[in-house]
Ligand binder design. Structure first.
Ligand code: GLA
Length: 361
């Protein structure tokens, strides 16, 4: 079967409902969300669509078009890892708050690249929960959907993630930046800096250590907050305070404090140049203080930063591989992307342009 396969073809009946959610790219505010801090993502054009219907028997029947993978199981059987665990995680979190989810026929198709740091998992969770909201007539708003998606990721995918990705998948659009205070969940849609557009390039480096490295960073931040006597690093604004912390907690905390300050600064800077400078500073901080970059990502970012008409560039998402985001002069993203890619020669890795969406994913 190919990704052209649809629900009708494989289940021999039309779906009862369908829902989609986009991937996201984060412009500024990396590794701040689980510190109650500030983030600035936007939705990307690529999205995940989940089609749903009731199963004719006592088993769930899930199919992923891109992975060409089936899963058939009852509620009592163990399920394989992979896309199924995200979907099942969503079902389980709904059950935990008292909803009954009957056996389902479910079909997933997605253009969000997997493993590039563009939140394919949040897109799947939010699309699944939106689909279940519609199928089962659940009274859930978009913020509740995001929170449930985050719980599914934490409890069933093992990533101690913050709320940014699911909030972006649930509430962002491709025309704005979503400024989000991850503590209060206050948010605002903002325009992109004028005369600028977004370029996202995948480094082609798989995010192999992402889960363990991510969870470790999170506990380092929690320990730093505990030593500083604050509920979360969000509650500190002066980076000099980290002098009182041991290595590497001092650098981890410095990244988070400076990164939160950069997001707040970006809200005030109207020019693409000023915004880009903040992105460059963010990358340096992720590279040296937070240590979530890898040499291939540094090379890609460096190439982008020294290309004319690029205002700024940085790794995006959790790091340890995945994609870089750049803010570039309007109408130039594709040509800049092609030029940078031709110089990006990191043995064995093949980069590709993800945004603008050239339809090659
Ligand atoms: C992953 C997590 C998010 C966030 C980013 C880093 O995408 O899912 O919650 O922490 O990493 O900013």
């Amino acid at each position: 079967m190919t990704s052209q396969t649809d629900f009708q073809q494989i289940f021999n009946t039309a779906p009862q409902t369908q829902a989609s959610a986009p991937g996201r790219v984060n412009l500024l505010g990396e590794h701040t969300d689980y510190n109650d801090g500030f983030v600035l993502p936007t939705a990307i054009p690529q999205h995940t669509t989940v089609s749903l219907g009731f199963s004719p028997d006592d088993r769930h029947h899930f199919y992923s078009a891109e992975l060409e993978e089936w899963a058939h199981f009852t509620n009592h059987e163990l399920v394989p890892e992979g896309f199924v665990s995200y979907v099942l995680g969503c079902i389980r979190v709904l059950e935990k708050i008292g909803h009954t989810v009957p056996p389902l026929n479910l079909f997933v198709t997605s253009s969000v690249p997997i493993g590039s740091g563009l939140s394919s998992s949040a897109a799947l969770e939010v699309a699944t929960l939106r689909g279940l909201r519609s199928l089962l007539h659940l009274d859930l708003d978009d913020v509740q959907i995001a929170k449930l998606g985050q719980q599914a990721e934490i409890q069933y995918a093992g990533v101690q993630c913050g709320i940014m990705d699911q909030m972006a998948a649930s509430l962002a659009d491709t025309d704005h930046l979503l400024f989000l205070d991850t503590r209060s969940l206050d948010r605002k849609l903002l325009p992109l800096p004028s005369q600028a557009e977004i370029l996202v390039i995948d480094s082609g480096i798989p995010r192999s250590l992402a889960t363990s490295g991510y969870n470790q960073r999170r506990s380092e931040c929690e320990e730093a907050a505990r030593l500083l006597g604050v509920p979360a690093l969000r509650d500190v604004t002066d980076p000099n305070i980290v002098k009182n912390l041991p290595e590497p907690l001092n650098r981890r905390a410095r990244h988070v404090i400076n990164e939160n300050n950069r997001v707040l600064q970006a809200l005030k800077s109207t020019s693409a140049e000023a915004f880009g400078a903040l992105m460059n500073a963010s990358h340096a901080s992720l590279q040296h203080d937070y240590e979530v970059s890898v040499p291939g990502l540094d090379r890609l970012v460096e190439l982008l930063q020294k290309t004319p008409h690029v205002f700024g560039a940085r790794l995006t998402g959790a790091g340890f591989g995945g994609a870089c985001v750049a803010l570039v002069a309007a109408e130039r993203a594709e040509s800049i992307g092609q030029n940078v890619l031709s110089s990006y020669t990191h043995t064995g890795y093949k980069g590709r342009i993800l945004v603008p969406d050239l339809g090659m994913v």
